[in-house]
Ligand binder design. Structure first.
Ligand SMILES: NC(=O)c1ccc[n+]([C@@H]2O[C@H](COP(=O)([O-])OP(=O)(O)OC[C@H]3O[C@@H](n4cnc5c(N)ncnc54)[C@H](OP(=O)(O)O)[C@@H]3O)[C@@H](O)[C@H]2O)c1
Length: 266
């Protein structure tokens, strides 16, 4: 993989990375304690899922090595990966670890010296396959009071099932539950409906967005999803974003935004 190329970076200092990772990322990176970061890939026209019930991130990114590197690096820096149950159902069979994405030629992410992030699954209905490989390692499952008892019976004993009240769960409640679990640098990889709940509550602090160089399009009757689903903000309440870095690899763009809930806008 060729190193990313930094096209813009805000002047504030960022954390350091081990030299090999810093060379590939073209700079430092850290996730702030107490902040929730999000990572997505979309087409140029903002499509994030081609078919809701099928794995679609890799089809959009075409398994681009730089995208997989950034995804792996973020997982390696995070101590929890939060995902909605539909993403687990459509992209099952994986471990949500950094190493699974294929360590870069620079010797992998192990130079960061961190353990794999904890998988956190958010579900209202509790439809999770207990045979999912990632669950065998233990996971935190955040769910409704209705679904919690059944999940506690069905899921492997290493899973921690927490009831957070009535569904749908509030975004800020999800974030706080993960922070209270001791995961100070959580990362969400979506999908778009979970992201909608989190953004609606101003719970996301940073967005890492890979823009793949494709136009995907959407029909009104198609099962395609945009980056943010389940809410439609009026212009007076748009979540505001501040551009922090722009990096490129070939025709792929890697954008990093700081997000501000409406209440914090100047
Ligand atoms: N482009 C990307 O970077 C990217 C990233 C992730 C996923 N995807 C794609 O997105 C598609 C899935 O999209 P999606 O939006 O349906 O996925 P999702 O947000 O991961 O899952 C939605 C499900 O998560 C649970 N959930 C979400 N918010 C909740 C809340 N506030 N309270 C309680 N439960 C909540 C519910 O589970 P229950 O139904 O179990 O109640 C809901 O049906 C797949 O094709 C996947 O490949 C793309």
């Amino acid at each position: 993989m060729d190193p990313l190329l930094t096209l813009f970076s805000e002047p504030t200092a960022d954390g350091e990375l081990p030299p090999d990772l810093s060379r590939l990322y073209d700079g430092g990176l850290q996730l702030a304690a107490g902040s929730l970061s999000a990572n997505f890939v979309t087409s140029i026209d903002g499509v994030a899922a081609l078919e809701r019930r099928r794995r679609s991130g890799s089809a959009l990114s075409d398994r681009n090595p730089a995208d997989r590197f950034v995804m792996g690096l973020l997982r390696a820096l995070a101590d929890a990966v939060i995902t909605g149950a539909a993403t687990v159902r459509s992209e099952g069979g994986q471990l949500w670890s950094a190493a699974q994405l294929g360590p870069p030629e620079a010797g992998g992410y192990s130079s960061l010296g961190k353990a794999d992030p904890l998988l956190v699954i958010v579900t209202a209905r509790g439809e999770i396959d207990p045979a999912e490989p990632a669950l065998q390692e233990g996971a935190l499952v955040l769910t409704s009071e209705v679904a919690a008892p059944g999940l506690r019976r069905r899921l492997p004993a290493r899973c921690d099932v927490r009831s957070l009240g009535t569904a749908p769960l509030r975004g800020k409640t999800i974030k706080q539950a993960v922070l209270d679990h001791g995961c100070r640098r959580p990362l969400t990889e979506g999908g778009p409906h979970l992201f909608g709940s989190l953004v609606a509550d101003g719970a996301v602090d940073e967005l890492f967005l890979t823009v793949a160089p494709v136009l995907a399009g959407r029909h009104a009757d198609a099962d395609r999803l945009g980056l943010l689903e389940g809410l439609a903000l009026p212009p007076s309440s748009f979540a505001q974003a501040r551009l922090r870095t722009v990096k490129a690899s070939g025709s792929y763009l890697f954008l990093r935004y700081g997000l501000h809930p409406v209440a914090q806008r100047a």
